[in-house]
Ligand binder design. Structure first.
Ligand SMILES: CC(C)(COP(=O)(O)OP(=O)(O)OC[C@H]1O[C@@H](n2cnc3c(N)ncnc32)[C@H](O)[C@@H]1OP(=O)(O)O)[C@@H](O)C(=O)NCCC(=O)NCCS
Length: 158
């Protein structure tokens, strides 16, 4: 497994993060969204290979729940198992904080991300109609959850 360097995001990193965000998403977050997350105190992690930034995650904690607001691998490094490693880091961090559930929204059309989540033990909990902007109107989101007490997750760890 590739060894990722992990550290928390700082304001000075936002420009580089936003550059990856724009490359990786049809409807990227704004630079201000990342600044707001740092100001609000959300957990924001950067993942690097050697000294190259290859991805990030943004997590909001609400009591014993966490909401995975953003997870991204830069396009040049996608499909190499790094997204799965980043998600594992998010789950490990949640387990250390005694979190009981991880929630996230994913575009109905984002099959790649859904496959990652389903294969990690996330379940589809509901559909949020018209949650995201899309090229033609709006697109639904799947609300997905990983119950950290569930047998499926224990199976994932094995
Ligand atoms: C979604 C994302 C984080 C996955 O990261 P990644 O490094 O590309 O994914 P990995 O190589 O770790 O693969 C994880 C799983 O994703 C799925 N996957 C990866 N590439 C895929 C492809 N081309 N087609 C379909 N599924 C794919 C597979 O299930 C894969 O597991 P497997 O290799 O064991 O079969 C990354 O593609 C990304 O940043 N996309 C743009 C931003 C985004 O969509 N974020 C999620 C928002 S909810």
């Amino acid at each position: 497994m590739t060894e990722l360097n992990i550290r928390e995001m700082q304001h000075a990193d936002v420009g580089q993060v936003w550059s990856i965000e724009k490359q990786a998403n049809r409807f990227p977050w704004s630079r201000g969204n990342f600044e707001d997350c740092l100001r609000t105190g959300y957990r924001t992690f950067l993942y690097s290979l050697d000294s190259e930034l290859i991805g990030y995650s943004v997590v909001q904690s609400i009591l014993d729940e966490i909401h995975l607001l953003n997870i991204c691998v830069c396009p040049a490094h996608q499909g190499k198992g790094l997204g799965r490693q980043i998600l594992s880091h998010v789950i490990d961090t949640a387990l250390q904080q005694n979190v009981t559930i991880i929630l996230l929204e994913v575009r109905a059309s984002n099959v790649r991300a859904q496959r990652l989540y389903f294969s990690t033990g996330f379940n589809e909990m509901s559909v949020r109609k018209g949650y995201y902007p899309a090229e033609q109107g709006r697109e639904d989101a799947l609300l997905m959850g990983l119950d950290l007490g569930m047998t499926e997750f224990e199976q994932y760890l094995l």
